[in-house]
Design a protein around this ligand. Sequence first.
Ligand code: AVJ
Length: 320
Amino acid sequence: MGVQSYIIDADIVEAVNQGLSSTPKHLPSWLLYDAQGDQIFQSIMRMPEYYPTGCEYEILRNYRKHLSHYFTNAADSFELIELGPGDGVKTQLLLAYLLDQETNFTYIPIDVSENVLDLLKNRLSHALPKLQIQPHTGRYEEALLLFKENKNRKVILFLGANIGNYPINSARQFINKISKAMSPEDFLLVGFDLKKDPRVVQLAYDDPNGITKAFNLNLLARLNRELGANFSLDQFSHFPTYDPESATAKSFLVSRRKQDVYIDALNSTFHFEAWETIHTEVSQKYDLQMIDDMASKYNLEVADVFYDKNKYFADVLLRK
Ligand code: AVJ
């Protein structure tokens, strides 16, 4: 092969090798979010079919006062820690309100992508000059361990139905880890996408303009760019499913024919049978019973639940 023109990330190599060597094949959803994927996800959030963004925006706009009351209860300062802030547009509603109230807090957005955090910091420093912001680059788990050690009061935000990306058992384990990092005065606010008409869910992941399709296929384009793979994007289709019984939405990439794909960085060829699948994403939906069960299992109490007008989505406030 020619001169290698890409930087190889060991985590990506391992995940891709493991996922494409498994039966059935799978790739982790965090691979969807490179600079291109971040941009396509911004377009997804503006689609009328993708209801979660608008719902959570409505919730934070309507209830920012209620939320601020909980958060500022003890009158002292606190750390507002956000796991996976994205573009921060929804959180900004809350931040602006807290600053208007002259609340003393530091905003700590945590993400694995330094790119996301740089963009966010630039944007928020202009929009909210008084904001004290301390971005932290790294994985959530490792960041939580750090926060467990400091004694500052904490409000942790995990919004946007990001929890839905974890299969339900992993979601439980993750909530358990957060719970262990929390003290009795701390709060945790989690955004859950709720069970609803299955057709509404289905359409959110199968939009007629193919934006979600482009998002899913970008994963293969990324492997072409970063690992020197030779996936033909038109030989794979995007196929989302929603099972209303388990309330799990899943996305697949389906091989349209029998084919071999070479990945230079792995120095390996992967074989695909016609109609063989790669599972790329889970988007778990919840109901209040599931949320209550999860909370009580891990010593958390549901302090309040905030809904949008359709009850499509809930921001759930938890404390120890
Ligand atoms: C960012 C994980 C909440 O699962 O709804 C949107 C990602 N994927 N459309 C979701 C996504 C396809 C989104 N989360």
